[in-house]
Design a protein around this ligand. Structure first.
Ligand code: HAM
Length: 423
């Protein structure tokens, strides 16, 4: 009979061999975030659909075509979260964090869902590590945000990451720029791809996201918003650039970087990686979202943050270095079924010292068992066979030196400890 189901398209199993990369990413995320005073928050995996419609915005690809939306038994429209920023702003107000000293600095890690065509580096379920600093409009916090992202990649030692930076203005300067951009494109509408014609109507800034060769020539000469910022936006952008320079974070000004979510204002940035290529080269991205809280119906409150794609970062990590798997310290072997519970018990006593001890079940010849111990990378094997049982002894084998000694049970811990570098 065929197996009942295949893994759903666009999902992955994170297998034991993948886990060292994930543990490294998670540990570095916790470490970097807490060094900057960010505290962990986790929000639900699904939320009211309207939260994302109003947050990411109707013109974003996420809302237009990528949401996993369903109606529950109470006839509510719910959506598997496609991104984390809108839920965190909701939680910030729900929990009264707006009453605490500002900014409130938060970080998070977990799964997100977007219905998109799966390809290398693009999944329907993927995981993000993100941070949000809510309640302060200073561009210095934008610099802090980028610095945390940069430090995370540095801690992971992923090479080849480049930072792309832009400012997309705010509600003061963007409307006029949007019109300027429309004026530029209007005489050439018939030359544009269909998708770009839709963007022209809904959100002309996203014309810069077009990868269609048909749109390339017009895009090249289009006016850029960085050249049309109002004075406060221009000043904020100057501070961000100066801050990055003083932190010695190299960046590339990318006037075509507009990001795919509607909530951004002023600073936007992306961490790109050459080897991933194509549209999937962003390892992470973020920016300032001073209008988001108001779009969700809350008191207007500034915020800035980023989210890193951990699945993509795992790909980059795997390319750059082999993982160090977690190996057992001790491999515990009984040669006779009658001794298994005894060996299980010995294993517990060594484990109580803090070591990783794997018990090997079932009958097999000693050489077969030792081969398994070598394969698992254990440093020491404990062996009890009929002879040892008779003499009330345990064989302790140094798997690297390929030497072994027999000791009485009461000497077990004092012998194994020093072999593993302990007391
Ligand atoms: P985003 O750019 O939509 O931003 O996603 C951030 C990162 O998540 C991307 O750069 C990418 O690495 C990863 N990612 C997105 N979609 C997929 C996918 N289908 N498969 C694999 N990885 C993916 C946000 O989500 C914003 N909430 C970031 C933010 C936080 N802005 C301010 N604060």
């Amino acid at each position: 009979m065929a197996p009942i189901a295949q893994r759903a398209r666009g999902t992955q199993d994170l297998l034991p061999a993948d886990q060292p990369y994930w543990e490294t990413m998670e540990a570095a995320a916790r470490d970097q975030a807490s060094r900057f005073g960010y505290q962990r928050i986790e929000t639900p995996t699904f939320e009211a659909t309207e939260l994302f419609q109003r947050g990411a915005g109707e013109s974003s690809d996420i809302v237009a075509k990528e949401m996993y939306t369903f109606t529950d038994r109470g006839n509510r429209s719910l959506t598997l979260r496609p991104e984390g920023t809108a839920p965190i702003v909701r939680a910030y107000f729900d929990a009264g964090l707006d009453q605490e000293p500002q900014p409130v600095r938060l970080f998070y890690m977990g799964p997100y869902f977007r219905y998109d065509r799966p390809q290398a580096g693009r999944f329907r379920e993927f995981r993000q590590f993100g941070i949000e600093a809510i309640g302060d409009g200073s561009p210095v916090i934008d610099v802090e945000s980028i610095l945390i992202g940069w430090s995370w990649f540095a801690a992971l030692d992923v090479g080849g990451v480049s930072l792309h930076l832009n400012s997309i203005g705010d509600e003061v300067c963007r409307p006029a720029y949007r019109e300027r951009l429309r004026e530029y494109y209007r005489p050439h509408l018939s030359q544009l791809s269909e998708e770009s014609r839709t963007r022209f109507e809904k959100n002309p800034l996203r014309l810069f996201d077009s990868k269609d060769p048909q749109d390339a020539a017009l895009k090249r000469d289009a006016p850029h918003i960085v050249d049309h910022l109002c004075a406060p936006c221009a000043e904020a952008f100057r501070v961000v650039k100066e801050g990055l320079a003083s932190e010695e974070i190299p960046f590339e000004l990318n006037p075509e970087l507009v990001r795919g979510l509607d909530y951004y204002t002023r600073t936007v940035f992306e961490f790109q990686h050459a080897s991933l290529g194509g549209a999937q080269n962003a390892l992470g991205g973020g920016g300032r979202y001073d209008g988001l809280a108001a779009a969700l119906g809350y008191r207007s409150t500034p915020g800035v943050g980023f989210a890193m794609g951990m699945d993509r970062t795992a790909i980059a990590l795997k390319e750059s270095k082999p993982a160090t798997p977690v190996v057992p310290d001790v491999y515990a072997v009984a040669l006779d079924a009658a001794d298994e519970l005894y060996v299980l018990h010995l294993a517990s006593s060594v484990r109580a010292l803090g070591y990783r001890v794997v018990f090997d079940p079932g009958p097999a010849r000693l050489d077969a068992k030792l081969r398994k111990a070598v394969k698992r990378g254990a440093r020491v094997a404990l062996i009890v066979g009929p002879e040892e049982r008779e003499k009330k002894q345990i064989v302790i084998r140094d798997m690297r030196a390929k030497t072994q000694t027999s000791v009485a049970e009461q000497e077990l811990l004092s012998t194994v400890g020093p072999m593993l570098g302990g007391a």
